[in-house]
Write a protein that binds this ligand. Structure first.
Ligand SMILES: NC(=O)c1ccc[n+]([C@@H]2O[C@H](COP(=O)([O-])OP(=O)(O)OC[C@H]3O[C@@H](n4cnc5c(N)ncnc54)[C@H](OP(=O)(O)O)[C@@H]3O)[C@@H](O)[C@H]2O)c1
Length: 170
């Protein structure tokens, strides 16, 4: 089993503006779907609700993204969403996700900023879509230490690249 995170980040490390992502790249949504389908996905309560808002659906009715076990991290112990697992910390969320994978499978951490920051020292792999321009925003992806990561693959497209980084010596 490996633990990965997946994010799209601008040149200036923006990932969000308020409760939304400040760009629209359908190919990146498609890539995200390909990489997460069938896997347990972990996100902070704010990202879970922002996906529902984007889709015009109600968080109480359950999964933000179908065909993936949705695991939500919140400090609110009364939080409920049908078919989702609610956890009080990232560690609890990872332990819950382990029930849905075998040794060959992958747990995906899907943001947002608070959760990525807590996940940086835990994850084995990062799927990062690097967007070639700066954006205004108020939620950022954490800086990472290049010595700790190796660029395993880079699929360059017009205006962005799908990069995969693996942790060195873990
Ligand atoms: N570009 C991308 O790839 C990407 C991906 C995902 C999200 N985003 C963007 O990121 C932004 C949201 O990120 P965010 O940093 O504001 O919020 P977030 O990380 O999605 O969620 C934060 C919430 O998670 C819960 N939480 C965080 N740490 C916790 C802990 N240690 N224990 C228990 N609960 C904890 C808290 O929920 P409670 O307040 O309920 O306690 C907190 O308010 C949005 O703009 C979204 O569009 C971008």
């Amino acid at each position: 089993m490996i633990i990965s995170l997946i994010a799209a980040i601008s040149k200036n490390h923006v990932i969000g503006l308020g409760d939304r992502i400040p760009w629209h790249i359908p190919e990146d949504f498609k890539y995200f779907k390909e990489k997460t389908l069938g896997k347990p996905i972990i996100f902070g309560r704010a990202t879970f609700e922002s996906i529902h808002k984007m889709k015009g659906t109600n968080p109480n009715t359950g999964s933000a993204l179908p065909k993936r076990k949705n695991i939500i991290i919140t400090r609110n112990d009364g939080y409920r969403a049908d078919d989702c697992i609610i956890c009080a910390s990232l560690d609890d969320a990872i332990n819950a996700a382990k029930n849905y994978v075998d040794d060959t499978q992958e747990i995906m951490i899907c943001g947002g900023g608070q959760i990525y920051t807590q996940a940086m020292d835990i994850v084995d792999r990062m799927y990062i879509t690097i967007i070639d321009q700066d954006y205004d925003g108020d939620v950022f992806f954490p800086q990472w230490d290049d010595d700790k990561w190796t660029l395993t693959s880079s699929d360059r497209q017009a205006g962005y690249a799908f990069n995969i980084y693996d942790r060195v010596n873990k």
